[in-house]
Design a protein around this ligand. Structure first.
Ligand SMILES: Cc1cc2nc3c(=O)[nH]c(=O)nc-3n(C[C@H](O)[C@H](O)[C@H](O)COP(=O)(O)OP(=O)(O)OC[C@H]3O[C@@H](n4cnc5c(N)ncnc54)[C@H](O)[C@@H]3O)c2cc1C
Length: 241
């Protein structure tokens, strides 16, 4: 980054933090200048010299940037973020980026997420709810190893009660573990669940977009399965395997 670019960095102050598991936490940030983005885009945050991309959970007209972060124990950035408290500051590049946004021209939107990969879908659906349009159907598949990692499960469940055009499926891949005791939803990997479920709806490939966000293995599997059936697949890959 040049000095000129560095001068334009925003200051993003932590206003809220909630830990959901030992590794998964939600932050809200307030920037010192207005920060514009489209639902589904990501911001680039920094602490010292380290910068990483984070998909934005909040809708564009919310006052703060909401994020869901997974601590990567051998990582550079997330151990620093995991130490953040309310009042601490990060840098934020002034422009949001990304094309993992809603393709409004299409009718059907099948969205698959693993754990933190849920961020862009919450942003898209929060925004859609306050700026509703006609003729879109949403099918959200949200998966993790453990139920307590599904931070936005209640928000999606509540949305699905109110939105007749939203079908919502949550699944956990380690159902026999003690930590998942009491889970009475779907079991297995999110891509497998989608593969078993979506074909029965016979969605027309010409009017349907698949979105896959999070774990690179899940993304590869979705592309392999659904591109072969003629569907378009948009992806947001959080890391390389
Ligand atoms: C467009 C985009 C949006 C993103 N949005 C989010 C988000 O909303 N929330 C979020 O937590 N992360 C998100 N990420 C990932 C984020 O940018 C960092 O890569 C991640 O937080 C790890 O950073 P780190 O510096 O701690 O680890 P690094 O030092 O970058 O990585 C250490 C090692 O861990 C691997 N790794 C990185 N992330 C993971 C992971 N989650 N699980 C397992 N292995 C991993 C890396 O490939 C590397 O081998 C996004 C990435 C991209 C490209």
């Amino acid at each position: 980054m040049t000095t000129g670019q560095a001068a334009q960095l925003l200051v993003a102050e932590v206003t809220y933090r909630k830990d959901y598991t030992e590794d998964i936490f939600v932050l809200r940030l307030k920037t010192n200048h207005p920060y514009a983005f489209k639902a589904g885009q990501y911001c680039t945050l920094g602490i010292g010299e380290v910068e990483r991309a984070y998909s934005i959970v909040s809708a564009p007209d919310e006052k703060e940037i909401e994020l869901i972060i997974e601590l990567v124990h051998n990582g550079e950035m997330t151990p620093l973020m995991h130490k953040l408290k309310v009042g601490d500051k990060m840098s934020c590049r002034p422009r949001a980026k990304g094309i993992f946004t809603l393709d409004e021209k299409l009718k059907n939107h099948v969205m698959l997420a693993t754990v933190t990969g849920v961020a862009p879908y919450i942003s898209i659906l929060r925004y859609y709810n306050t700026h509703p349009k006609e003729g879109h159907n949403f099918y959200v598949f949200y998966g993790g190893s453990y139920a307590d990692e599904l931070v936005y499960h209640k928000e999606f469940s509540d949305m699905a009660m109110k939105m007749p055009n939203l079908k919502y499926f949550a699944t956990i891949s380690r159902p026999t573990e003690e930590r998942n005791k009491g889970w009475n939803g779907y079991k297995g990997r999110v891509n497998v669940l989608a593969d078993l479920t979506v074909p029965s709806w016979q969605l027309d490939a010409k009017t349907t977009m698949f979105y896959a966000c999070g774990h690179p293995g899940m993304i590869e599997n979705v592309k392999e399965k659904f591109k072969a059936r003629g569907y378009q697949v948009k992806e947001e890959r959080f890391w390389k395997e």
